[in-house]
Design a binder for this molecule. Structure first.
Ligand code: NAP
Length: 317
């Protein structure tokens, strides 16, 4: 049976940004729910070691996610497993409709839905995710010390992250489907100048293979000649694009050319009463630390928005 439930604030997405927004909103004594499709934690719940969150020299992503969730829940955040399909405006209320049919009515909504890497969609990619296939060089690069690492793509992310991975790898091989990079020239030059970076041009990976526990090689195809080859590697980092999960509002929300939600410094979006934080938001850095900061700001700004709304209602009464 479907239900309509009332909250002050509805948070869509339970990653670090959403859970922090939940913590601050709950501490402001507001009735708040965080709706998450899978497990609380978002991308960090499926990340191995986290070594760049202050206060924890090294912690498993899943453990940090659990700490974020437990902390926020201890102050009254409700976390519910729901797949959100749509957020829309109904007068002074913001309605969140879920695949279950449940409706959550809030005075404000905070969107913290993050984003998803574009997948290669080739055999072995899913099977070896977490066993040599990774979409986060900062998170996982250190696990592949002195290994040959393949990076796929020719954009800013592939070339920049490929260069970063040379800190750990014996060699980084960037596999690109054309013979020219899309990445900015300065990023390209840094890679060309790095003796540990090599390129394989006009080539795409066709499968990622291994011994069942770890990646051992990729099978490649030259798109011009059709020639196939085998490349021995210890890890594969696909960087063929990242799509923000920003398309959940019924009314049009302002996004940038990459589809990221544009906010001001209060995390307000172009739609009144709808805030955004974390990876789904247009900004320079996509790390746990700044998602947490965004979540704090979004919660405080949402609280101020609700106070103004309540004042308006009180004056009308
Ligand atoms: P991107 O710019 O869209 O580049 C994706 C790359 O992957 C392209 O080189 C593309 O090849 C290749 N590709 C796409 N589909 C593929 C497939 N199925 N198989 C093989 N290769 C495929 O994505 P991004 O590098 O993730 O960057 C996303 C946005 O973030 C961009 O706006 C970028 O400027 C920005 N960004 C900026 C920085 C920075 O400024 N430091 C760092 C990271 C990201 P083609 O070139 O042939 O299309």
């Amino acid at each position: 049976m479907t239900q309509m439930m009332d909250y002050d604030v509805v948070i869509v997405g339970g990653g670090p940004g959403g859970l922090t927004a939940g913590l601050y909103t709950a501490r402001a004594n507001r009735k708040v729910v965080c709706l998450e499709k899978y497990l609380p934690g978002g991308q960090i719940a499926v990340t191995g070691d986290v070594e760049d969150y202050p206060g924890f020299e090294r912690i498993q992503g899943a453990d940090l996610a659990m700490k974020f969730a437990d902390h926020a829940k201890s102050f009254g955040l409700e976390v519910r497993m729901e797949e959100v399909e749509e957020v829309y405006t109904d007068g002074d209320y913001r309605i969140t409709r879920c695949a279950s049919g449940n409706l959550y009515r809030g005075k404000a909504v905070i969107i913290s839905t993050g984003g998803s890497p574009v997948l290669l969609s080739i055999p072995g990619e899913k099977e070896y995710t977490g066993k040599g296939v990774s979409y986060c060089a900062i998170c996982d690069g250190a696990f592949f010390r002195e290994k040959v690492i393949a990076v796929v793509g020719g954009g800013d992310a592939a070339v920049e992250e490929g260069t970063f991975l040379t800190k750990f790898a014996s060699k980084v091989i960037i596999i690109h489907r054309r013979d020219q990079l899309r990445a900015q020239k300065i990023i390209q030059q840094r890679a060309f100048d790095n003796p540990k970076v090599e390129f394989i041009w006009d080539t795409v990976p066709e499968s990622i293979e291994g011994d069942g526990t770890r990646v051992t090689h990729v099978m490649l195809k030259n798109v011009k000649t059709g020639e196939k080859s085998k490349l021995d590697v210890g890890a594969v980092f696909p960087y063929i694009g990242f799509r923000p999960n920003s398309g959940i509002t019924r009314e049009k929300l302002q996004t940038n050319e990459g589809g990221y939600i544009v906010t001001n410094d209060r995390m307000e979006t172009s739609l009144a009463g709808i805030f955004a934080c974390g990876d789904v938001r247009a900004q320079l850095v996509r790390q746990i630390t700044n998602a947490v900061g965004d979540g704090t700001t979004a919660a405080v700004a949402a609280e101020k928005y609700i106070e103004a709304l309540e004042d308006k209602h009180a004056r009308r009464a």
